[in-house]
Design a protein around this ligand. Structure first.
Ligand SMILES: C[S@@+](CC[C@H](N)C(=O)[O-])C[C@H]1O[C@@H](n2cnc3c(N)ncnc32)[C@H](O)[C@@H]1O
Ligand code: SF4
Ligand code: SF4
Length: 328
């Protein structure tokens, strides 16, 4: 059998709410290793077995037909962890109706005072342990996905650890709260990114989506991050998730670009709702107007300024091309 490879299987670790997994791709029924005693040992042993099996062309069931599965060819696999996904909490200070955490948590606006929260494990301790075992190197990248990072108690300490070791980090936030460590992380490593899902160009649509009246706060905080990162503000991406019947019109997108241009945004990230749609088994077609608006968004970003960056998910590009949520 042809030796197989997947970047996630060979180089990643995903700290999810329920345990450790190789990836968190929506279409995969992940193998999940609970946070028992010695959970890192159990996972790392399993990882070694999986990688050896892959070299013989044997892949885990959940990987069959995945778009990220490829032939090994001459790829060099070492034991380093290149990509660490941090999804070990799911609380938030808003309640986007589309949120990927919606089904698993009681995601309500139960946190009006923005009380800081803990994750299900002490992630910093786990990161330090991985470093001690020499599994991280200068190519290591963290992704802070989770719930909302600015209400996670250990977030500043994770950033300090990242800066100290010169790792890159992707920070996903709703931007409602300003956090000084975000700018510090962006300035410390030019390969780090902040992604903020604004999803709207008006206060009214923002409230409709996120259920909190915080549009102006997000705009204000974005301005602050842009100012603090100056010529490197391209590290700040603003997301627009196209939502059927809510913000799926050109007027809202045009207003979004007006607001973002005024802030000084140069990196735009269009997406579509996929977390719930991918799991649908009945109608898997993506409506034509959603595909058209996705393209409209990309074209508009470049029309405004050809130097603007348009960032996308590769699997969303594939979905739009096929006009289908079915990717496996
Ligand atoms: C669960 S959120 C957590 C991070 C942060 N609170 C935020 O909203 O940016 C992680 C990322 O997934 C995106 N996301 C959440 N639910 C989604 C969905 N149903 N479809 C597409 N993207 C989604 C968010 O926009 C965000 O970029
Ligand atoms: S499901 Fe896909 S991305 Fe996830 S580990 Fe398997 S091959 Fe890799
Ligand atoms: S801001 Fe992020 S975590 Fe919070 S509800 Fe929205 S998508 Fe979910």
């Amino acid at each position: 059998m042809e030796p197989k490879y997947c970047y996630y299987l060979s180089s990643c670790i995903n700290f999810s709410i329920t345990g450790l997994s190789f990836c968190n791709k929506l279409w995969a029924e992940w193998e999940n290793y609970k946070y028992n005693q010695n959970f890192l040992d159990v996972f790392l042993q399993r990882r070694e077995t999986v990688i050896n099996n892959m070299k013989q062309g044997i892949v885990p069931d959940h990987c069959l037909n995945c778009m990220y599965l490829e032939n090994l060819n001459n790829k060099n696999i070492n034991n380093k962890l290149k990509f660490i996904e941090c999804y070990h909490w799911d609380q938030c200070n808003c309640a986007c109706f589309y949120c990927s955490n919606r089904d698993t948590t009681q995601l309500k606006i139960t946190n009006p005072g923005f009380k800081k929260v803990d994750g299900v494990i002490n992630l910093l301790a786990a990161l330090k342990e991985l470093k001690k075992r020499n599994l991280l190197d200068n190519e290591t990248r963290l992704s802070i996905v989770g719930g909302e990072c600015t209400i996670l108690k250990e977030f500043p300490d994770i950033i300090k650890f990242v800066i100290k070791n010169n790792y890159a980090i992707d920070i996903l936030s709703n931007g409602i709260l300003y956090e000084k460590y975000i700018s510090k992380a962006l300035k410390a490593n030019k390969k780090s990114f902040l992604s903020i899902s604004l999803d709207s160009g008006t206060r009214r649509t923002f409230i409709q989506i996120k259920q909190v009246d915080k549009f102006n706060d997000v705009v204000k905080n974005l301005k602050r991050y842009v100012k603090e990162t100056k010529e490197n503000s391209n590290q700040i991406m603003v997301k627009y998730i196209i939502l059927k019947g809510v913000n799926d019109n050109k007027q809202e997108i045009d207003k979004f670009f007006e607001v973002c241009t005024d802030i000084g945004i140069t990196n735009y990230f269009p997406a579509i709702e996929f977390c719930h749609s991918v799991k649908k088994t009945e109608n898997t077609d993506i409506p034509d107007n959603i595909c058209e608006l996705y393209d409209y968004f990309k074209t508009k970003a470049k029309e405004i300024n050809p130097n603007n960056t348009v960032s996308t998910y590769d699997f969303v590009e594939l979905m739009i091309k096929n006009k289908s949520y079915k990717i496996k």
